[in-house]
Design a protein around this ligand. Structure first.
Ligand code: 5GP
Length: 213
């Protein structure tokens, strides 16, 4: 097979938001497994780990004091309080990835997405996942059953609020079928990578190309 032309480009920030239980975690995992050039941003949180969650992989679990210190030192790109806990995105790994042409996937809420839109609009691609029905959302939350029933009730109420932010996103997927949704996610990523402003190597490439015409 012929070698494919490689045009250096800047990485992008791919945000997937949704209410808890809309299938976002499954879609993120499928995306990370299917594409080697995108990595997950590991957030810091003051929330306690759920059973099975691994420190440094699912989150960096930190104390409220450490969180406040990171905010003060401007080490977080964005942060928010969700369900009474603090969550934030460490800045350094994201900036490094962008410069190296690697993409970063974010599982953050609408508050964090708004902050990224203010600070890093050109690098940002926003995707919102909707459940097809309210019942699907409820069933998925109950099936997950990692949270207590009072937390589940609270999250159902919060889902309404989270969903109200859908118009702030660039792409919306109604997650009826996970395989079909995954294909749509990959299509969005492929198209966004081709945007002219991300393809930093194009000027040189075209200069070389036209020199020989
Ligand atoms: P969970 O506690 O279920 O892992 O996450 C609760 C909510 O916090 C989810 O909506 C998730 O998207 C959001 N979240 C997780 N990490 C971050 C982060 O770094 N920043 C922001 N703004 N939200 C986050």
């Amino acid at each position: 097979m012929a070698t494919l032309t490689h045009i250096p480009r800047r990485g992008l920030l791919f945000v997937m938001s949704s209410p808890s239980g809309a299938g976002k975690t499954t879609l993120s995992r499928k995306l990370l497994a299917a594409d080697r050039n995108i990595t997950m941003s590991v957030s810091v949180t003051t929330r306690k780990p759920r059973p099975g969650e691994v420190d440094g992989k699912d989150y960096h679990f930190i104390t409220p004091e450490t969180f406040d210190e990171m905010v003060k030192q401007k080490q977080l790109l964005e942060w928010a309080t969700v369900f009474g806990n603090s969550y934030g995105t460490p800045r350094a790994p994201v900036e490094e990835a962008l410069e190296q042409g690697r993409d970063v996937l974010f599982d953050i809420d609408w508050q964090g997405t708004q902050q990224l839109a203010q600070n890093m609009k050109d690098d940002l691609v926003r995707l919102f996942i909707l459940p097809p029905t309210a019942d699907t959302l409820r069933e998925r939350l109950i099936k997950r059953a990692q949270d207590s029933s009072s937390v589940i009730a609270k999250r159902m109420a919060e889902a309404n609020h989270e969903i109200s932010h859908w118009p702030e996103y660039d792409y919306i997927i109604v997650n009826d079928d996970v395989e079909e949704s995954h294909r749509m996610v990959m299509a969005i990523l492929t198209a966004e990578r081709l945007r002219r402003h991300r393809q930093l190597g194009l000027t040189d490439f075209v200069r070389n190309l036209t020199k020989k015409l």
